[in-house]
Design a protein around this ligand. Sequence first.
Ligand code: PDD
Length: 291
Amino acid sequence: MTEQNSVFLNGEFLPREQAQISVMDRGFLFGDGVYEVIPCYSGKLFRLEHHLNRLNDSLLAIHMENPHTRGEWREILEELVARRPGEDQAVYLQVTRGAAEKRDHLIPEQATPTVFAMSNPIAPVNPELAEKGISAITLQDIRWHRCNIKAITLLANVLLREEAGDNDASEAILLRDGFAIEGTASNLFIVSGGIIRTPPKSERLLPGITRDLVLELASTEKIPFLEEDISERALLEADEVWITSSTREIVPVVELNGKKVGNGQPGPMFRTMHGIYADYKQQRERGAAES
Ligand code: PDD
């Protein structure tokens, strides 16, 4: 067993094979918990403070107290990633409501949360993705009405992602009430009329950390952007479509429902933003930009 394979569970680091939780854990029985995925480049956790803020919001929304202070989280996660020196990684952390005496929907008055974290290597984002883009399909959003909570309950996302795969697409862009919302595990951007557009934050979508960073960078670089509802039609007629996430960064969608987006190549605005994003990452790795 190498140190690399150790995970964090309820206060200790231990080999993954030895990490065990109760079958009564409400995460297991009800999907009653929340999570975060945080990339780590050159040993530094990327946008950690933003992820910890969102974790707080998710916990608050499900009536749970944060089991750790910010300082404790930082210490735990830094120790975890230090076990894989020199590797870019994605940290997965999960907090569930813990185990109760009996299976009961009602939230138990007293339960000790289960806190779990692991880190896995991530290959550098494949440059081909930025060169060639991906294909996506649109599907009706069958998820619940609190998609702003980063809940571990992801069955709908899993089924939708599977359906995308069955249609030879890498992502499904979800439609609700005639509007394009986000992907199964990514946020959505379109470009039309020279303006970057993304749906505003609401209970319909996850407030993505990468989404916010893209808007922050657009603002700094004085690139016009709007947070506005995107109709299905606007999506289908867009000059460019991108998806964003912590693990995939910014990816251009060049084919949607079997038809070319724009000219079927990653667009000029994508190339600009992709470059700005890469520069930001590099500066941060050199310590110039803040977390
Ligand atoms: N998912 N929307 C959904 C539904 C997501 O699951 C994710 C990320 C995003 C993008 O958020 P961020 O930029 O903060 O990663 C948007 C993670 C990566 C996952 O479930 O693995």
